[in-house]
Structure formats: structure tokens, C-alpha cells
Design a protein around this ligand. Structure first.
Ligand SMILES: *Cc1c(COP(=O)(O)O)cnc(C)c1O
Length: 481
């Protein structure tokens, strides 16, 4: 694929701008003027359109292929949500204020306020901030709120406890917020070892962070007990709700005893991500933590009016510009109101049913480290295939040739040769069956013709990349093929 610069022909133009009719107010200093052309590619409009269209066709996307990337919830995002976001395209957070200090953007504030209310209702929390820009950003905001709470009460806290099956961002966020991490291993059923947890709990523990369902796709049956033990040590309970699509409408973490939660609107609530759009990781808290939420807060000032409050002395401050990724929130708001209560419950049921269907159909072909009913995703191990020299990565590459985005591999870390499959609720049985057939074919090839897997992919512009180098030096456009 040529670079767009390599298509450049001197003098070729895609658009011709009219001559400037803006009067020059003042002479620009000579040292600020360009003395040579800036070196932009000179191409015709059609060259440009073809270049970017062809580049886009090299992408795997949910709109083109099944994308069962575990933990990432690559569900189909309905296009109607884009229209909803478009309705707000003219609103800018710096619209001038009206004489009384009120804003023109009442509708936007009302939408944010209502979204916070809906998310509080879904999670069982008392108030929500929509500011954080991603799941991990929500985690850090949440842990900073926990730290502010303990500081205000004069609590001496040093540690955050996480199970080894939590999402990797949990310990990272807690460490960035200044805590030391205590990791608790899983027991034989894939849940956090309750006895080891009990032993680790001291009055120096600030919080317990639970990813639930955990990265094995399992729902911990002891979460109520875990919250009770933590609270007995004046520790707070954090719920990583990035994958709420497994339990939405079934369990409210706030009812179980969790004090803080973050959500990923870009996973559970139908907004695109992974190159398709920015994220949003709202954080919900219980009553006692409301004073520490980031500012500005949106408050209802009358029956119909909304205002912006910044004077909250205990607040951790701002964690993002303005109110966060506003467009994403419009889409999530539209998603929630479009589906309604019954629809959201159906989302969870379908997501869990689909994952269990794949688990049941593949368990004769791949090792299943934990056999109980899974939630929104299932985790296999390629250890059986490894006896023939085939690794999880080889199966992933084989799937690419057959038009499927690979599942997540080598995560979670506590499963050897992990293959983590998350079909999401938006896929049909026939799509899942086609995927399952290829997974079964791969398992068969591992025994009879492992080379077929080791050579894959054969249909892509490039075959095997140096994975480490590819991640560190992302010169995608410079690959010469
Ligand atoms: C995706 C995910 C996160 C991180 O979310 P980002 O938006 O990628 O920062 C955290 N926890 C869990 C369980 C996740 O699946």
C-alpha cells in the first residue's frame, strides 16, 4: 500500500480554495511566515477517496466481521444512535451564558442529568459523574474518590486488594492513585480465594476492587460476603462494571454493598469504541462519597432548569474537560431509553445465553479450565493443541483467514494459552455456528496438520508480525507490501 505522499504529483489538486477576502489586520512578523511550501501531498479528490477507502477495507470491524474479542464487548452499535448524537452537534460547552448566569444549553444539561439518574437506577448507586473518558479513567477517578474519603476521615490506609482475575487496569489504577496492591489468587472454581482474602484484610486496606463477572467470565457467588468483610475493616468496595452487559437488570451492585462503580458506556451501552469512537467511563457512588465527586456537577435548579455547580470543597476536582465525551453520552442515553427496562434485561440474558452456547458447543474440542455456567464470555485453553506444537496465537491467526476477528488470547493471565470468547448479544445463532465450525476445524487441524495453523494467515497483506515490535513501533502506513 502506497503512502498518500507517494501518490503526490506537483500541481495536482483535490479542491481549489477561493482567494482570501479576509482583510489582514496587522502584518505578521517575518519569522512566523513560511519560507518554503509545507509539503502536503498533492492529489486529486478521487486518489484521496480511493486511498482512504482501500485503507479502511484493510480493517476488521464489527460492521464487517464477527468480532468475539473477550472483555472488549465488540457488539453491533445501531446507527440510530449516531443520529441522536447528531442532534446535539451544534451545542458547544462554551456557549455564552445568559445575563442571569444561566446557560443556553439547558437541553444538554438535562440529558446529562437524566443519564446520571438512569445509570444510578441501573447500578443501585446514589449519584453518578459522567466525566471520565474511559473505563480505566473511571477506575482512577473512583479510587481517587475513595482516597479523598479516607483522608477526610483521617483513616490511615495503604493497600488496595484485587483478585488475580481482575481486569489488569484495576491494580494499575489503584497504584496510580497511590496505593500498594495486594493480589489474592483464585481458588479452584475461579473465584477469589475467600480464606486468603480474609487473611489479607486489615484496617490498612482502603478498598477491594472486584471485576464482576471476573475476567474468566464468572460471577462471584460470595460478593455480598466480600463486601461485608471489607466494610468491617472500614474498607470501601469498588465494582468494575465495564462488563455490566452480563448482569444489567438482574443484580444492582449498589444493593449488594458496593460503594463505587464505573461503567463502560462504550461496551455495555451500545456506543462504538476501538478506533470507532472515544469512550466514556461514568462513576457511580453511594451517598457518603457524593461530596468527593469531580466538579462541575449538574444540579436541578427548578422544575425545568438545570445549573452547573463548581463550589464543592471536598471534590477531587476535574478529571476531564467540561462534562466528558458528550457525544458518547447522548448515544448511551438514546440506547437506554430506546431499549427500556425490558430491553436492557433482554440484552444481558442474550449476551449470557450466547456465551454459554459457544462454551457448550466447543467444550469437547478445547480444554475448559472452569466448567460452571459462564456470564457474557467464556475462557478456553489451547493446552490440548499445544501438545501438537500449536499455540493460542496460531488458532487466532487461522481464524483471520476465515473472516473472523480472533478472540482475546493469553488473557486472563491465570489461564495457560487462554482463548477468551465474547460473542455479545447482537450476534445471530448462524454467525456463531459459522465461527464454532471454524474453531472445531482448527482443533482438528492441530492434530492432523498443525503446519496449516502455524502458516496462517495466508490471505492477509502481511502474515506474521513481530508482535512486540508491532506494538511498540506503530508505523502502520509504512509497511511495504
Ligand atoms: C475494558 C475494561 C476496562 C478498561 O476500560 P477502557 O475503556 O479500555 O479503559 C476495565 N475493566 C474491565 C473489566 C474491562 O473489560
Amino acid at each position: 500500500m502506497e503512502l498518500i505522499f507517494e501518490k503526490s504529483v506537483t500541481g495536482r489538486r483535490g479542491v481549489r480554495l477561493p482567494a482570501s477576502d479576509v482583510p489582514r489586520a496587522a502584518a505578521l512578523p517575518a519569522n512566523l511566515l513560511h519560507s518554503a511550501p509545507v509539503g502536503l501531498p498533492e492529489v486529486a479528490e478521487l486518489d484521496l477517496v480511493r486511498h482512504f477507502t482501500n485503507l479502511s477495507r484493510r480493517n476488521f470491524s464489527v460492521d464487517t466481521n464477527f468480532y468475539p474479542l473477550g472483555s472488549c464487548t465488540m457488539k453491533y452499535n445501531v446507527k440510530a444512535l449516531e443520529n441522536a448524537a447528531g442532534l446535539f452537534a451544534g451545542v458547544h460547552p462554551m456557549l455564552p451564558l445568559l445575563p442571569g448566569g444561566e446557560t443556553h444549553a439547558q437541553g444538554a444539561l438535562e440529558m446529562l442529568f437524566e443519564l446520571g439518574g438512569l445509570l444510578s437506577e441501573i447500578t443501585g448507586m446514589d449519584e453518578v459523574t459522567t466525566q471520565p473518558l474511559a473505563g480505566a479513567h473511571g477506575e482512577m477517578t473512583g479510587v481517587m474518590i475513595i482516597a479523598a474519603y479516607h483522608r477526610a476521615r483521617g483513616n490511615k490506609k495503604r493497600y488496595v486488594v484485587v483478585p488475580d482475575s481482575s481486569h489488569g487496569t484495576n491494580p494499575a489504577s489503584a497504584a496510580m492513585a497511590g496505593y500498594e496492591i495486594i493480589t489474592i489468587p483464585s481458588d479452584t472454581s475461579g473465584d477469589m480465594d475467600l480464606e486468603l482474602f480474609r487473611q489479607a484484610m486489615t484496617d490498612e486496606v482502603a478498598a477491594v476492587m472486584m471485576t464482576c463477572p471476573n475476567t474468566l467470565g464468572l460471577f462471584n457467588p460470595h460478593i455480598k460476603e466480600i463486601c461485608d468483610i471489607a466494610h468491617a475493616h472500614d474498607a470501601l468496595c469498588y465494582y468494575d462494571g465495564a462488563n455490566l452487559n452480563a448482569i444489567m437488570g438482574k443484580v444492582r451492585p449498589g444493593d449488594v454493598g458496593f460503594d463505587v462503580i464505573h461503567l463502560n458506556l462504550h461496551k455495555t451501552f451500545g456506543t462504538p469504541h476501538g478506533g470507532g469512537g472515544p469512550g466514556s467511563g461514568p462513576v457511580g457512588v453511594k451517598e457518603a462519597l457524593i461530596p468527593y465527586l469531580p466538579v462541575p456537577r449538574i444540579v436541578k435548579t427548578s422544575e425545568v432548569d438545570f445549573g452547573i455547580e463548581t463550589d464543592r470543597p471536598l471534590s477531587i476536582g476535574r478529571t476531564a474537560n467540561f462534562f466528558g465525551n458528550f457525544g458518547v453520552m447522548v448515544k448511551a442515553y438514546a440506547y437506554i431509553t430506546m431499549l427500556g427496562r425490558a430491553g436492557l434485561i433482554q440484552v444481558s440474558e442474550q449476551a449470557v445465553l450466547n456465551a454459554n452456547y459457544i462454551m457448550a458447543r466447543l467444550k469437547g474440542y478445547y480444554d475448559l479450565p472452569f466448567e460452571q455456567t459462564c456470564m457474557h464470555e467464556c475462557v478456553f485453553s489451547a493446552s490440548r493443541q499445544l501438545k501438537h506444537g500449536v499455540h493460542a496465537i496460531d488458532i487466532a491467526k487461522f481464524l483471520i483467514d476465515r473472516g473472523f476477528h480472533p478472540p482475546t488470547v493469553y488473557f486472563p493471565l491465570n489461564v495457560k494459552e487462554a482463548i477468551m470468547i465474547e460473542p455479545t448479544e447482537t450476534e445471530s445463532k448462524s454467525t456463531m455456528d459459522a465461527f464454532i465450525d471454524v474453531m472445531i476445524e482448527a482443533a482438528g487441524q492441530a492434530g492432523h496438520n498443525p503446519q496449516a495453523l502455524l502458516d496462517a494467515p495466508l490471505t492477509m497483506p502481511v502474515s506474521r508480525l513481530d508482535e512486540t515490535k508491532a506494538a511498540r513501533e506503530q508505523h502502520v502506513c509504512c509497511v511495504d507490501y
